[in-house]
Design a protein around this ligand. Structure first.
Ligand SMILES: [Zn+2]
Length: 784
């Protein structure tokens, strides 16, 4: 038990006890406290020693109150890029801790902060460490956000993420609070391109004569498992040995899925290799090719294919038979969608060198398939349904299949949109329902399986993570900015064009964050379908930003394509669900059109106002009319909680009149009469009337419901709708032509929703194919 703690207190650990520092201090005093070496070192040592993991922190918040001041939360404001942020690494642009503190809250554009870590690093939210400037009198907390996204407390060796004594250049530095009422200030960095690891060699070259005046603190040294801090090389080590050591640190990072760290260390390693051709020995040359080839592997993992290609190009320039470089060069070409070129390159190498190994042959064999639209096998796997009774994700794709899925674009082209100011996709020929328009992987995507979902959410959010992925991609492969920044970033930010070249290739966190918000798509399991405990236990994350799909404009009601993405591989597929004429704009519904106007209208919050037929009609209706419709629907005897309908002839007669009245409220536009699809009306038709063999009335209502649903993107309910109408028609003994028509509707929805006619077996009427045979209709036809 310690003294009573009050809000606003700041605590620091001294000799194992928590001591209150000060209370009611001025902002200046508070900043003074958090920039003393002792405070910083003690705070970071504690995080390191206790391996404070976010999980523990969230589970036992009361035990952890006292460490609150140790957390540097994710910043809630980010600066936009401008030209003044280009930094020249001259000593006159270098700022000290004193300058940063004097300019608290201000981004020092065009300046840089030269610092070195004086504590072990860790990660709770961002990567954290204590840093000093060369003067060594004061220190501050450094919070690197969007840095080493996959490093985890308790799992990663932070001496390999940001070792003790790492020298860093932080460009455009700002000393501030992460958010308004945060109790702690720190050097907050959110742009991965603003941080450079500085090798001792480059330090001497860039800043001759600059010395670190303090030694690394003993408190920090004793926490290291190794005797020598990372950057203290023994004088006997040659440049080649140092470069090899740094390359190995990069390799370790690559293996641990910390590809951005790997690239940082490969780059530092390369600094130790001579530029002068005369000094390049065979050993240097081998090491250089390995570094380039490994750097390419890390870039491929991050899907930075343009930059990967540059690395493999250089590596092959030195050694044109380097097997890994050949493999990665082809991988990068394929990643860029340059399939034929990738195939030709491999053919050339396979002719040139007799044995390049199985991996290369396997890669070559995927090329022909990539040049075609995805085949039935792939479509079925992408559309495979989630298990019915739990929130589990879809089955993984068969091994190796994801490499055979092409980035595909069907018969569509970008043109000036007819419904908004920007561009949109248009059909270049007539398209049948079920035509694939796009298949693509996300620019930034995230899949977290149910076992890891909780731990993931404790340290970050899905959108924060995706912003980090996008920022790192543009930092490492600036050409990718041209793709990402063409997306809508909200009304305040003008969409960048290719003419604004400088901004197009720079990391701009403020813009990336907006783009992420406006173009984010997520697979969500409807928890209402499962009982609470199970839903709690089985949750996964599957989300991302898909650039080609983001170019399709929205309409609640006149959408003609549907989009689905596979849970774990995040491959997205866009398919027509109605006929589309040549020249027609491709439209999709970003949100459920069955939601009421006020819920659909979140689109208008800062983005745009939907002017589709449904929204315009909804907006034109009087309050009285809307209230009347609601009242009529609520008056039905159906109980929405139990999904039951009391059987009583009087009630049914009354309700049929009510249904007729609901219908009359939008008689002029039956396809917009969404009220007809409410569960009460559906149950009365599809269950009650069908059971009572009142087929004429049943069919009449079902057809009215169908007029609405056939117009909206295919979901699981479409199959059920077509099924029940077909059942009704069969029982009525309708003509074969009518039965054929509804059979084809049912087939269409089975194909669209599950990719297979077998889907008919999962519904309430699994024997439909056998029933149809009695009418001379074969449900499973040859084409499927
Ligand atoms: Zn609309």
């Amino acid at each position: 038990m310690g003294p009573k703690r009050m809000p606003g207190d700041v605590w620091v650990e001294r000799e194992g006890n928590f001591v209150k520092l000060l209370r009611c201090r001025t902002a200046e005093e508070s900043i003074g406290d958090v920039t003393t070496r002792q405070t910083v070192i003690a705070a970071m040592a504690r995080v390191h020693r206790e391996v404070i993991d976010a999980e523990k922190y969230v589970k036992h918040p009361s035990d952890c109150k006292q460490i609150e001041f140790l957390l540097l939360p994710y910043p809630d404001n980010h600066s936009s890029y401008d030209e003044n942020m280009e930094v020249e690494l001259k000593m006159e642009n270098c700022v000290s801790i004193e300058t940063l503190v004097k300019n608290v809250g201000q981004v020092l554009k065009g300046k840089f902060f030269l610092c070195r870590t004086i504590t072990p690093s860790s990660r709770i939210i961002g990567v954290d460490a204590g840093v000093e400037d060369p003067e060594g009198k004061r220190a501050m907390r450094l919070g690197l956000f969007n840095y080493s996204l996959n490093a985890k407390m308790g799992k990663s060796d932070f001496e390999a993420v940001l070792p003790l004594g790492t020298m860093l250049i932080v460009k455009n530095p700002v000393f501030k609070q992460s958010f308004d009422h945060s109790p702690i200030h720190g050097l907050i960095v959110d742009n991965p391109g603003d941080v450079e690891i500085l090798s001792p060699k480059r330090m001497t070259a860039l800043f001759p004569g600059v010395q670190w005046k303090s030694d690394l603190p003993n408190e920090s040294r004793v926490l290291l498992k190794k005797s020598l801090p990372f950057w203290e090389f023994s004088p006997a080590k040659s440049d080649l040995e140092i470069a090899t050591k740094l390359k190995n640190v990069g390799n370790k990072a690559f293996i641990e899925n910390r590809s951005t760290d790997a690239i940082r260390f490969y780059d530092v390693a390369a600094e130790y290799l001579p530029d002068d051709e005369e000094e390049i020995t065979p050993a240097v040359s081998t090491l250089l090719v390995n570094i380039l080839s490994n750097r390419a592997a890390a870039l491929i993992k991050l899907e930075c294919f343009n930059s990967a290609l540059i690395c493999t190009g250089k590596a092959l320039g030195i050694n044109n038979g380097h097997v890994k470089a050949i493999y990665r060069h082809a991988k990068a070409l394929i990643g860029l969608g340059r399939y034929s070129e990738g195939g030709e390159f491999l053919d050339e190498k396979l002719t040139q060198f007799s044995s390049l190994g199985d991996d290369i042959l396997r890669l070559r064999s995927t090329v022909p398939e990539l040049l075609k639209p995805p085949g039935k096998e792939i479509i079925r796997a992408l559309l495979s349904l989630r298990p019915m009774d739990c929130g589990h994700p879809q089955k993984d794709l068969p091994v190796g299949m994801v490499d055979r899925v092409p980035e595909f674009r069907g018969h569509v082209q970008l043109k000036k949109s007819k419904i908004c100011n920007g561009e949109g996709l248009f059909a270049t020929q007539d398209l049948e329902p079920g035509t694939i328009i796009l298949v693509c992987k996300p620019f930034a995507g995230l899949y977290v399986n149910p076992q890891e979902e909780k731990a993931f959410r404790e340290s970050t959010t899905t959108k924060q993570f995706l912003v980090g992925v996008m920022a790192n991609k543009i930092w490492l492969d600036p050409l990718l900015g041209h793709d990402l920044y063409a997306l809508w970033a909200g009304p305040e930010l003008k969409t960048l064009t290719d003419n604004e070249d400088t901004k197009m290739t720079k990391v701009d966190i403020a813009r990336i964050k907006k783009i992420c918000n406006f173009n984010f798509t997520e697979n969500v399991v409807d928890k209402e379908d499962y009982d609470d405990d199970e839903a709690e236990a089985e949750d996964f994350i599957s989300c991302g930003v898909w650039i080609p799909v983001s170019k399709i404009n929205h309409s609640c009601i006149d959408a003609n394509v549907m989009f689905v993405h596979h849970d774990s591989t995040l491959v997205m597929m866009v398919t027509t669900f109605k006929k589309v004429k040549k020249g027609e704009e491709i439209l999709m519904s970003y949100i459920d059109p069955f939601l009421p106007l006020e819920k659909r209208n979140f689109i208008s919050q800062g983005a745009f106002i939907c002017k589709c037929r449904l929204c315009e009609l909804d907006r034109s209706e009087s309050r009285a009319l809307i209230a009347k419709r609601d009242r009529l629907i609520k008056s039905l005897a159906y109980d929405p909680d139990t999904n039951l309908y009391p059987s009583h002839p009087c009630l049914l007669a009354r309700d049929l009149e009510t249904i007729a009245e609901v219908e009359s409220l939008r008689a002029a536009s039956p396809d917009l009469n969404f009220a007809m699809t409410c569960p009460g009306i559906y149950t009365i038709a599809a269950v009650v009337l069908l059971d009572q063999r009142r087929y004429v009335e049943c069919l009449s209502i079902l057809e009215k419901i169908y007029a609405v649903v056939e117009n909206v993107p295919t979901s699981c309910m479409h199959r059920a709708q077509a099924e029940i109408i077909l059942i009704c028609c069969m029982r009525m003994g309708k003509k074969k032509a009518v039965l054929e028509k509804w059979t084809e509707e049912l087939r269409k929805y089975c194909r669209l929703y599950a990719g297979t006619l077998e889907h008919v077996r999962v519904g309430r009427y699994p024997t439909i194919p056998e029933d149809l045979k009695k009418f001379g209709i074969e449900f499973f036809n040859d084409t499927d």
